[in-house]
Design a protein around this ligand. Structure first.
Ligand SMILES: [Fe+2]
Length: 301
């Protein structure tokens, strides 16, 4: 039963398409192959799996622990009654945000280790999930730029990234809109399992200590625009039943635009980072209503 799955590398610096495997039945031997490929390719796409909720959660949590507060859910432009969401809906505004390159949960004290999506409803065009390889981006930097980045950190805030695209959110303790402060994260990350270096930023990063606000915004925007280019990107065109998992420690992602008069429903699972390597110290977030330093300020970097 533990035949090795087939891994077909994508024509980019990241990603492989995995076939010859049933994710309902992943024994330890199969898991070993999948985990090794996850570390090597950064993104794995499993076409046509059609997992149910329980099977997806079971597979997701082989990668690590559930993400507190955001373990699983639907990324959807449909309201509970089936009608389509608009700008007035909070979830819709967050999905507009997902269209910018990002790393999941960097605005929480503990960032995510891995993310998983599967497609339940797909619009007729667009709505791809796109991935960008920050390991290859790091490798492509010249030595001087690498040295500069190694000395830099940035604050991360979901209030900030949403404000930047015109949406103001209240502090109400929903996921991301918290009073635990803005994590300060280095702009580089050495992968805790592979040792590979990666650029670590994304749309939630907003202020680099030592730079003026405008300068750091331009610096981050320019870095992301340069990094997220071929051959370092892969755009996955969803078919219902596909599942994708990515290493959130070195891969950024975003959603591609689509016509929101059609439903798009993805099932999401998020795997918690390791406090030893994904926990960041937090500082007052000027866009949050309040700040309770005791909840995050003691966290180890
Ligand atoms: Fe995301």
């Amino acid at each position: 039963m533990s035949n090795a799955p087939t891994f077909e590398p994508i024509d980019a610096t990241l990603g492989a398409v995995v076939t010859n495997v049933d994710l309902n039945q992943v024994d330890d031997g199969t898991w070993g192959h999948i985990h090794a490929a996850f570390l090597k390719y950064g993104v794995l796409v499993f076409p046509g799996q059609h997992l149910d909720d329980d099977a997806q959660q079971a597979f997701a949590y082989r990668f690590g622990d559930r993400m507190e507060g955001r373990a699983s859910g639907r990324i959807t432009n449909q309201r509970k009654d089936g009608t389509l969401a608009t700008k007035q809906d909070e979830a819709f505004r967050l999905q507009r945000g997902n269209e910018g390159w990002h790393i999941d949960s960097t605005y929480m004290p503990l960032a995510a280790k891995a993310g998983m999506l599967s497609a339940l409803k797909v619009p007729p065009a667009g709505g791809q999930t796109e991935f960008a390889d920050m390991r290859a981006a790091w490798d492509a930097l010249d030595a001087a730029k690498q040295k500069q980045l190694e000395g830099l950190s940035a604050y991360h805030s979901l209030y900030h990234s949403q404000r930047k695209i015109g949406f103001v959110h209240n502090t109400d303790q929903r996921y991301g809109f918290h009073t635990q402060g803005a994590p300060l994260r280095p702009m580089t990350k050495r992968h805790p399992e592979t040792g590979r270096m990666a650029i670590y930023a994304g749309r939630h990063a907003y202020e680099i200590p030592g730079m003026e606000a405008e300068e750091s915004e331009r610096f981050i925007d320019d870095l992301m625009a340069w990094a997220c280019q071929p051959p370092r990107i892969y755009s996955h065109q969803w078919q219902v039943g596909d599942l994708a998992v990515w290493d959130n420690r070195c891969i950024m992602h975003r959603a591609a635009l689509y016509d929101t008069s059609h439903p798009r429903v993805l099932r999401s699972s998020r795997v918690s980072g390791d406090p030893a390597t994904e926990l960041a110290p937090t500082f007052a977030d000027p866009l949050a209503d309040d700040f309770e330093p005791e909840t995050g300020a003691q966290a180890a970097g």
